[in-house]
Design a protein around this ligand. Structure first.
Ligand code: SF4
Length: 495
């Protein structure tokens, strides 16, 4: 049967998804640039350029390998598929099961046939079997099951090195004058330039040089660069927030994993091969493997397991509008936030600790509406697929699911940021102070957040220590009064 093979922009791989079983002689490959997608949100320039340019490059590579490709620009995906169906009236449309609820529903409604989505290492059926047997959805338990099931870093039934997890070795703060190595950038070709020239005026952020590759070859080059230059020190410094480097020793591979240019199985294989050369500490290898076969698969599994309505959660009743500083780094005097939002403006990326412990922490303790924060994260981070961001923001970042995913909120004062980052020295605020004009806003708001939600948190045994600390505070009324000033200042972009 001759078919139309539809490739969404997050399934760009000839060896996986619907292309795996496609026939070069008879099938027509279809990619659609949806104007609704392009204009529907205030996307970061880096993100939009990456999404579109990768798709156009992918289509060009398929054509040069003798595939019959139709690349359409249409009002939306459905109108594009209707157009292509009219051109090829005898053909049915096939697609690997989409990676988001919305796309899955949209394609199902117009009769697209779904084939296996193998862009992850864990099928939804398999994940559901695991999740259905859990009392709490602890990622570490899932990760250990994955290690055993996939036989990665295992010696029989025991983990190599004797421990499942080397996090205790992986929490070093950045060192003074530490060398963070090099990053690579790529040359913009004609396709890149064409996409850049077409970006809508509404696009946000900066685009100076092409730091995100837009082809499979460039994705592989990024992977090779990481394994040769950063893998060794990735583990110990994976939580460190240096002021002099926007990448630290992180791999920068998530965008390519999330749009299909790289597959998790090849990244894991490459990591193990590099580890077996002997000079990579087990703590680095295990920490990296945990991100790929643990966190990434867990978050995707939970996205589907928790269902479509999960994204609407607001368990803490947080209704503040998005703070102006998230959209403009000039709207804050907090050194850590300014620096990290500048990184987002420039690169569309920060690693997981700035995302969780600075940006999300601020949204949490100020009470920003989770759905507003989710929209912002989706638009500005280069790798922000829906399945990534919904559980991360609603569950981990803002505790808006009432504790389904994480048993306690990731709230912290300035002490954590001071310990793991290099921003406080140049800040007008003092992480140790919770009241007064120079008190660190994080420290003030942390206590105010606990106090505002005391009724709910006092029922949570995992918050026992924090709530005990709150009860011992002698000046909570003063803290609350300063917190109001800080919240007003943040709303006006003046703090
Ligand atoms: Fe950030 Fe507070 Fe440190 Fe300033 S003092 S950099 S606001 S943590």
């Amino acid at each position: 049967m001759n078919r139309l093979i539809f490739i969404p922009f997050d399934q760009l791989n000839v060896n996986h998804g619907a292309l795996k079983s496609a026939d070069r002689e008879t099938d027509v490959i279809v990619l659609i640039e949806s104007q609704r997608m392009i204009l529907g949100r205030t996307w970061h320039k880096q993100r939009l350029q990456f999404l579109l340019s990768c798709a156009r490059h992918f289509a060009a590579e398929l054509r040069s390998n003798d595939w019959n490709v139709e690349y359409l620009r249409s009002d939306n995906t459905a109108s594009g598929l209707k157009e292509i169906s009219e051109k090829y009236p005898d053909r049915e449309i096939f697609c690997a099961t989409p990676n988001s609820f919305r796309m899955r529903q949209q394609l199902a409604e117009i009769g697209v046939n779904f084939v296996e989505n193998d862009f992850f290492l864990t099928s939804q059926e398999l994940f559901t079997i695991w999740a259905d047997t859990q009392k709490t959805f602890t990622m570490e338990n899932f990760y250990r099951a994955q290690r055993k099931r996939l036989g990665i870093l295992m010696s029989g039934t025991t983990p190599i090195g004797g421990e499942w997890n080397y996090d205790a070795e992986n929490r070093l703060p950045p060192k003074k004058d530490q060398d963070w190595g090099t990053t690579i950038s790529f040359d913009s070709d004609l396709i890149d330039q064409e996409v850049m020239a077409e970006l809508p005026d509404t696009a946000w952020g900066n685009f100076e040089t092409k730091i995100w590759g837009t082809t499979r070859a460039e994705a592989l080059a990024q992977m090779e660069h990481f394994f040769q230059n950063h893998f060794k020190e990735f583990g110990p410094f994976e939580d460190a927030m240096p002021a002099s480097s926007w990448t630290g020793h992180h791999s920068l591979l998530s965008p390519y994993l999330n749009n299909g240019l790289l597959h998790p199985s090849e990244v894991v294989s490459a990591a193990i091969q590099r580890f077996e050369q002997g000079d990579i500490p087990l703590a680095s290898c295990e920490g990296f493997i945990r991100q790929i076969i643990g966190w990434r698969e867990y978050i995707n599994g939970m996205y589907w397991f928790l269902g479509e309505d999960y994204r609407e959660g607001n368990g803490l009743g947080a209704n503040r509008k998005l703070l102006p500083l998230f959209q403009n780094s000039k709207k804050t005097e907090m050194s850590c936030v300014k620096s990290l939002v500048q990184d987002v403006e420039d690169y569309g990326w920060t690693h997981h600790i700035p995302r969780l412990m600075v940006l999300s922490n601020l949204a949490l303790i100020t009470g920003v509406k989770p759905q507003e924060f989710l929209d912002w994260m989706r638009e500005v981070f280069i790798d922000a697929a829906d399945w990534v961001m919904v559980p991360n923001v609603i569950g981990m970042a803002t505790h808006a699911d009432g504790g389904t995913l994480m048993t306690k909120p990731y709230a912290a004062g300035g002490a954590y940021i001071s310990k793991m980052g290099q921003f406080c020295k140049n800040c007008k605020y003092d992480p140790k102070l919770r009241t007064g004009e120079t008190a660190c806003p994080f420290t003030t708001l942390y206590w105010d957040f606990l106090d505002r939600n005391a009724q709910m948190f006092s029922k949570n045994h995992r918050m026992f220590q924090q709530m005990g600390g709150l009860r011992k505070l002698s000046n909570i009324e003063e803290v609350k009064s300063r917190a109001q000033q800080v919240l007003n200042g943040l709303d006006q972009g003046l703090i």
